[in-house]
Design a protein around this ligand. Structure first.
Ligand code: NDP
Length: 290
């Protein structure tokens, strides 16, 4: 049910070819966490602009659905699908880079998007550290490792990296998740500093709430997703909750040469929620968790 809700989105938001803003033909992208949500929207949009893409995630069925969308928007260009779990399979980061380069011959864009949280949000939770290692392995370690592995390929293409962080790195939210995303922001800045001289740009996108299946990693029952996003909507400064394509639009801009002067940036994309700082934290979450 969850996948149907979040995949239905793509049936309504595919842009017509007349809306093409960028030309990514000849470019190759690896987007992690692209079997659903934000990563899927980015992979689809990059493909629409002509890039060849590698998509990856744990759910083979969803991955296949996104691959079909990609073929639809790109006149039949096939995505490379790689199934795997970044918290379990230590060989996966190398496989993602190697297989992408073997299949497509180069790498231009690395989007470190796969991420998760834990259901335990506060220091008061006795289980707080239960998911800590997995969250940090996925949100932090995999980003560093993929950056390191992608580096020589991106140097050749003068490519760039986009890390999907969160407003939770700026506004304190849940201790484990927020601190992992604060680490992502610093990975962006340190990598940008080190890789700038190689001609590689590195930027973060920090979304506010976006309508995806993300709540599942926080223990939110999928049947409560709609209620959760409806309650967020009223609290957003702009009274709208983000859609995956909002984030994909910024990712395409950052990947493109229009952003040639931008590196090391932490780019908030949040319907103004940080300005208003809605209280969608602990209490709301506790109400809707299983
Ligand atoms: P989704 O749950 O829809 O997507 C998460 C993606 O990451 C899926 O493709 C999932 O694969 C993949 N993934 C999760 N865990 C693993 C793992 N262990 N190994 C490999 N892949 C994994 O959520 P979003 O699209 O919302 O999340 C994308 C990014 O956006 C995350 O980094 C998140 O922190 C960030 N973000 C999201 C916000 C939101 O409100 N939605 C707000 C701010 C930031 P699969 O489904 O196949 O398991």
């Amino acid at each position: 049910v969850t996948s149907d809700i979040f995949l239905a989105f793509y049936n309504t938001t595919i842009m017509s070819p007349t809306n093409k803003k960028y030309d990514f033909s000849g470019k190759v992208a690896l987007v992690t966490g692209s079997s659903s949500g934000i990563g899927a929207a980015i992979a689809i949009q990059f493909a629409q602009y002509g890039a060849k893409v590698t998509i990856t995630g744990r759910n083979a069925e969803n991955l296949d659905k996104i691959a079909k969308k990609i073929a639809e928007v790109s006149n039949g260009v096939e995505a490379l699908q790689i199934i795997g779990d970044l918290t379990i399979d230590d060989s996966l980061p190398k496989r993602l880079i190697d297989e992408t380069v073997t299949k497509f011959g180069r790498l231009d864009f690395l989007v470190n998007n796969a991420g998760g949280a834990t259901p335990q949000g506060t220091l008061a939770s006795p289980d707080l550290l239960k998911g800590f290692d997995d969250v940090f392995k996925l949100n932090v370690r995999s980003v560093i490792e993929l950056t390191q592995l992608a580096m020589p390929h991106l140097e050749k293409t003068k490519g760039n990296i986009i890390n999907i962080s969160s407003v939770a790195s700026i506004k304190p939210y849940m201790v484990v998740y927020s601190s992992s995303k604060a680490a992502v922001d610093m990975i962006t800045k340190t990598s940008a500093l080190e890789l700038g001289p190689k001609g590689i740009r590195v930027n973060s996108i920090n979304p506010g709430p976006v309508v995806t299946a993300f709540g599942r990693s926080m223990g939110v029952d999928p049947s409560h997703h709609k209620k959760m996003f409806d309650s967020f909507e009223k609290q957003m400064l702009m009274e709208r909750v983000g859609q995956p394509e909002d984030i994909a639009n910024l990712a395409s801009f950052l990947a493109s040469d229009d952003a040639i002067n931008i590196t090391g940036s932490i780019m908030v994309n949040d319907s103004g929620c940080l300005l208003k700082m809605p209280e969608f934290g602990k209490d709301e979450l506790e109400k809707i968790q299983k």
